[in-house]
Design a protein around this ligand. Structure first.
Ligand code: AMP
Length: 510
């Protein structure tokens, strides 16, 4: 086996392995995959991808359910020098065809049920191979099974791309965030250090792996420190409670923690052995933070990041983990607060847009140089679009989102996209989509619709039903209200704050 340290990210993972027999993955069925198994299986996928013609820089798109093999496709892709492009399993045909058309992957990996659909999409794009990730003749799994467990890693420099992750666009088109080997490696190193990860750690992994949180934050940190993961297909409260006694750490979105608190089986005793609970991807409410500490004795450690930048700040391991804040910048990262319009720096305690620079900041949006340029200041700082402040003690606090992004169950929903889809429905004159507090999802997507005078009066069910055909389920409004007019300011802008106030109690627990 030739492990080439010149493959920046995978080289760092493999060169730190000192015990090939150490566990890497604990599967739900009780099987354990060791670090040697990780090297072998990822080599098999690297060989399989290489046999399909993947060369350095080629994209490999993957829209599959979470599984251990799905993770090995990612690692195989890194080893062969490819650029991994994970796609949310909830994306519809229309959404997927945009991503594939835009990214032009050489290989698309999918579930058998989507093979025909992907083959259709592939015809009009530059895709060479559509491969299924399932047992069976002709599948990628079969190719991997037949491949050698030896692979000479392809060198990749720190500035080379390791992945492209699509973030939903605020104005129409989604953007592919290009992340490099250095972005991922530097971030995993910073997180391992501040969160004190070691080879004795067992991470409870119930996050999806098509998003930066479950794919990079969790997996890369574990691989870099030689720990292991209990790899659950999804967050299912019974499986999580059953797995907790074997874990030392957990990473989750706030919804995980509210669900745990809703279970009577989640007690102080059940987590007495744990080392750390981490939350991110959406705001953790101060109530959840407090209730969690009261129930378990642990203060959840909240951190902040985004696809474009990887992780940016974290509450401290030692020292106060302050509810409602996202802590301090990670090592090597500079965070500042600026006026969103002028870029002038704001003094301590004043709200402005959060900006940052560091080795974690992405290379730009795929094939969108102008969009990329517009999100960076002249001195190289990236403008996040999140509004926040830095307090006297240096804690960063997020107060809102400039672009009205909705985060429901940890997933980002951009109102503009849902509004565009509702506007297409016959009988709709106009609409506004907002997020309002939801006890389970953090925010619940809510639509406020004005019907057209001469329309055929679509009902809430009609609208939700039609949206389901084109939008991932998490984007479809959970409630639809009808009004005669939308509140607008003098400039004609819809006053979303007013709507949020009006419908703020929609999902309140009774
Ligand atoms: P994504 O690119 O999907 O990771 O979403 C990034 C966005 O999620 C950020 O720009 C923030 O608006 C939000 N976000 C992530 N972590 C937190 C957090 N701890 N608190 C509040 N918002 C967060």
């Amino acid at each position: 086996m030739t492990i080439d340290p010149r493959n920046e990210l995978f080289g760092a993972f493999s060169s730190r392995i000192d015990d090939l027999e150490a566990p890497f993955i604990h599967a739900p069925d009780g099987t354990v995959i060791t670090y040697e198994g990780m090297l072998h299986r990822s080599a098999q996928y690297a060989n399989a991808l290489q046999s399909l013609g993947v060369t350095p820089g080629d994209r490999v798109a993957s829209q599959v359910d979470k599984s251990i093999d799905a993770l090995f496709v990612y690692l195989g892709c890194l080893r062969v020098g490819g650029v991994f492009l994970p796609l949310n399993t909830g994306y519809t045909e229309r959404e997927v065809s945009y991503f594939i058309g835009d990214a032009e992957p050489k290989v698309v990996v999918c579930i058998p049920e989507r093979e025909a659909m992907m083959a259709d999409i592939a015809k009009s794009c530059q895709v060479s191979h559509v491969e299924t990730l399932a047992d069976g003749v002709g599948s990628l799994v079969e190719k991997a099974n037949a491949a050698s467990v030896e692979f000479d890693d392809v060198p990749r420099a720190e500035d080379d791309l390791a992945g492209i992750l699509y973030t939903s666009g605020t104005t129409g088109r989604s953007k592919g965030a290009m992340v490099t080997h250095r972005n991922l490696l530097s971030n995993a190193q910073a997180l391992a250090e501040v969160w004190r990860f070691a080879d004795s750690d067992v991470l409870l992994h119930a996050l999806p792996i098509f998003h930066t949180h479950g794919l990079f934050v969790a997996t890369n940190t574990i691989l870099l420190t030689g720990g292991s993961m209990i790899f659950l297909p999804k967050f299912d409260i019974d499986s999580v409670l059953a797995a907790l006694p074997r874990a030392t750490t957990m990473m989750g979105v706030p919804t995980f923690y509210t669900r745990l608190l809703a279970s009577e089986k989640f007690t102080r005793e059940s987590v007495a052995h744990m080392r750390l609970f981490i939350s991110g991807s959406a705001p953790l409410s101060a109530t959840t933070h407090r209730e969690f500490e009261e129930r378990t004795g642990y203060a959840i450690l909240e951190r902040y990041g985004m696809t474009e930048t990887n992780m940016i700040t974290s509450n401290p391991y030692d020292g106060a983990r302050r509810a409602g804040t996202v802590g301090f910048p990670l090592p090597g990262i500079n965070v500042r607060i600026a006026d969103p319009e002028t870029g002038a720096l704001k003094p301590t305690g004043e709200v402005g847009v959060i900006e940052l620079s560091g080795p974690n900041v992405f290379k730009g949006y795929w094939r969108m140089p102008e969009k990329t340029a517009s999100e960076f200041r002249e001195d190289g700082f990236f403008v996040t679009g999140d509004l926040g402040l830095i307090d006297e003690q240096g804690y960063v606090k997020i107060v809102g989102r400039e672009k009205d992004l909705i985060i429901s169950g940890g997933f980002n929903v951009y109102p503009a996209e849902v509004e565009g889809a509702i506007d297409q429905i016959v009988g709709v004159a106009e609409c506004a989509v907002i997020g309002v507090p939801h006890p389970d999802f953090g925010e619940g997507v809510t639509a406020v619709v004005v019907r057209s005078a001469a329309g055929d009066d679509p009902s809430a069910d009609d609208i939700q039903g039609q949206l389901t055909l084109n939008l991932a389920k998490y984007k479809v409004p959970k409630e639809v209200f009808f009004v005669d007019d939308l509140p607008r300011n003098k400039m004609g802008k819809v006053q979303k704050n007013e709507l949020r106030d009006r419908y703020g109690e929609t999902f309140k627990k009774t």
